[in-house]
Design a protein around this ligand. Structure first.
Ligand code: SAM
Length: 242
């Protein structure tokens, strides 16, 4: 049985038993192999746009003896699936902007899909925003740390995109960045994320200290506002859960 990383396991735990899954940008195909071996998925498609990872996926699926259960397909994004072929799509281990581009380009294949499980490495905000504007309701979020890196996993279903954001004090854009479920949970790792974010912006501000060009001044202003906002987030985080 294949052992997978904490990150992939977190994604796998969002898959409903008996699902027909497509893992887009599957690379080694570890996720579909794990899902089939553990009977979490009924069938799986591993999609890859690049020859190298596609061959690696083919190899791993063959070695696992699962060639009859996992279809390894070469192609761009959602073009590898036909309408109605899968009910769950996982896209993991790439930037949030690329995940949105893949979803946008393959939007015609989404009406028959009942769950999206997305794990952006960066720009999570863009993914929440895309889901919100395209009729997807965020249903769950996880944050984890592995090998010193923080990861977020988002799960969404077709539904009411507003549901996770109603009766909330910040703007939609702010919530897209914070994550409404991560906020509810307020885990130590989530707090660590905001500490890291604060330090990152502080470093940018320090690096701009010596410069007085108009661009640098504008950037300084932008970063100062951001730093203040992060401080506000951190202050709220210190408060007890409601
Ligand atoms: N999903 C795996 C994971 O989370 O461990 C692999 C992540 S790997 C860093 C990203 C993979 O996405 C690469 O193998 C790359 O070839 C693939 N990829 C990038 N753009 C893609 C696209 N438009 N369609 C399909 N695969 C893509």
């Amino acid at each position: 049985m294949l052992e997978i990383s904490k990150r992939l396991l977190t994604i796998a735990n969002y898959v409903n038993p008996g699902s027909r899954v497509a893992d887009i940008g599957s690379d080694h195909a570890y996720l579909p192999v794990f899902l089939i071996q553990n009977e979490k998925a009924k069938s799986a498609i591993a999609g890859e746009v690049n020859q190298g990872p596609w061959k690696s996926a083919l190899q791993h699926v063959k070695e696992a003896g699962l060639s009859e259960h996992i279809d390894v397909r070469l192609g761009d994004g959602l073009s590898v699936i036909q309408n109605g072929e899968v009910d769950t799509i996982c896209i993991a281990g790439m930037g949030g902007t690329l995940i949105c581009q893949i979803l946008e380009a393959g939007i015609k294949r989404l009406p028959s899909v009942s769950q999206l499980i997305l794990q952006p490495n960066v720009a999570e905000k863009n993914v929440r925003k895309w889901l919100y504007h395209n009729g997807w309701e965020l249903k769950g979020e996880s944050i984890l740390k592995e090998d010193g890196i923080l990861y977020e996993v988002l799960s969404a279903v077709p539904g009411n995109p507003d549901a996770p954001y109603v009766n909330k004090n910040w703007s939609r854009n702010e919530w897209f960045e914070v994550g409404p479920f991560l906020w509810e949970e307020r885990s130590p790792i989530f707090k660590e994320k905001w500490e890291e974010e604060y330090k990152k912006v502080e470093r940018v501000l320090n690096s701009l200290e010596q410069s007085s060009s108009p661009e640098a001044m504008a950037k300084k202003e932008e970063m100062s506002i951001r730093l203040k906002w992060i401080k506000e987030v951190q202050t709220c985080l210190q408060m007890d859960k409601p």
